[in-house]
Every structure is written in C-alpha cells, then in structure tokens.
Design a protein around this ligand. Structure first.
Ligand code: PEP
Length: 245
C-alpha cells in the first residue's frame, strides 16, 4: 500500500507574514497523508526555519537543468538542497507553456534534482485541445517517456509523478475521478513497461482544482496516490482537509 502524499504548490503567491500564518496552521494539525509545500525560492529559508522537525516537508517549484555557471536568474538543485528541500516540481505546465520547457529539459531537471538528493515531482498533462483531439494518452505518454529514458531504474524509485490536466489547473474544472484514474492507470502501465517494481511503488498524484469537497473521491481511486494542490494549498484549513481526505 502506497502512503498518500499531498503537495502544495504555492505558485507565485505569499509573503513572509502570510506564509508564517499558513505554515503555523498546517503544522499545528495532524494529517493522514504525508504533506509538503513547494514555495517560491525566496521563502525556502522560511520554510526550513518553520518546518524543520515537523511532519511537513518543503520543496521548490523548479530547478535549473544546469548545476552552476553563467545562468542568470537560474537556481540550481544543490542550492535547493542547502535549504533542506525534499521535493522539487519539474515540468509543471506553467513552466512548459510560459518557459517553453521541452520533455528533454524536464527529464534533465529531474536528473539534476536526484543528483542533489531531491525528489523530483515530474508533472505531465494534456491541454483541452489535446484531450478533445483524443491525444491525452499520446501526450502524457511522450512526456513520461522522456523521463523513463533518462533515468535508471534505481533513480525511478526516487521520483514522484503528477498527472495535471492543463484544462483543470486553476479553472475550477476537475477531472472526474474516473477520467483521472484512467490516465493514472495508463501512466502506471507505462512505468511497468520499464520496471514492474517501480510501477508498484511510484506515487502518482493528481492535480487540477482539487478541493476539500472532491479530494476524497479522487484519492479513493486505486492509482491516485494523493494530490498536487495549487489554490487550495494557500488556506491551511483547506490544505489540511485535503490531507485528511
Ligand atoms: C497546480 O498548480 O499544480 C494546480 C493543481 O493548481 P490548482 O489546484 O489551483 O488547480
């Protein structure tokens, strides 16, 4: 049985004051799922200071595909590790769309994260146009395959996958639990094509307008191992309710 994992993606939200209140609220109550928050880079030190020794882990929302050098504005995985990050998102649809990140770049970022002892949370998902054109499996399959090709079996044991249909992110439109389960099962089968043991162990999170009132149904599906939560991770009560769903 895989332990449920719920990761908050704060995106470009927060302030020192608001974060302190949010983190105090999150760490104050127990949750059935393992919890983590992915904060903007400047707030990682605050997360480290307020969450060390608690049951809540923290991470970043992106990492560079490089380890050091003349890459102005980039943040390397070894730097994230220095701030105690356990996780880093790679390939979030907002990075793929606004920063033209390719499948190979995303896979390289996953490698860099693993080299620094971080768990990459590899995000995949189709747009509405792709779903309507019947291309969902082809698109998420292509995105996943780049990672399966780049990582060893040993490394694949240390990653998390997140299925986030782009049309469900921040829109209030959630995939039905059946729609999400169907894609998760396809992703797990594809991982099994590389290694059956990894497929059994790997956590595949669902993301896209998960809220306290739809989390339990989504998380009850056999291949949905938790959630990647955007908007609802900014309210301690909502995030905790999802972590207990
Ligand atoms: C996300 O940004 O990863 C996400 C799932 O956002 P939301 O929950 O707001 O749809």
């Amino acid at each position: 049985m895989r332990q449920k994992l719920v990761i908050g993606n704060w995106k470009m939200h927060g302030s020192l004051t608001a974060n302190a209140a949010l983190l105090e609220g999150i760490k104050a109550a127990p949750a059935k799922a393992k919890l983590a928050v992915c904060a903007p880079f400047p707030y990682l030190a605050q997360c480290q200071s307020l969450l060390t020794g608690t049951q809540v882990s923290w991470g970043a929302q992106d990492t560079s595909a490089e380890t050091r050098g003349a890459f102005t504005g980039e943040v390397a995985a070894p730097m994230l590790a220095e701030f105690g990050c356990a996780y880093v998102l790679v390939g979030h649809s907002e990075r793929r769309t606004y920063h033209a990140e390719s499948d190979v770049t995303v896979a390289t970022k996953a490698l860099r994260a693993l080299e620094s002892g971080l768990v990459p949370v590899v995000c995949v998902g189709e747009t509405l146009a792709e779903r309507e054109a019947g291309q969902t499996e082809a698109v998420v399959g292509r995105q996943l395959q780049a990672v399966l090709d780049a990582l060893s079996i040993e490394q694949l044991y240390c990653i998390v996958l997140a299925y986030e249909p782009v049309w469900a992110i921040g829109t209030g439109k959630t995939a039905t639990s059946e729609q999400a389960q169907a894609v998760h099962a396809v992703l797990r089968a594809q991982v099994a094509g590389k290694d059956a043991g990894v497929a059994q162990r790997i956590a595949i999170l669902y993301g896209g307008s998960v809220k306290p009132d739809n989390a339990a149904e989504l998380f009850s599906m056999s291949d949905i191992d938790g959630g990647l939560i955007g908007g609802a991770s900014l309210k301690a009560d909502d995030f905790l309710a999802i972590g207990n769903a």
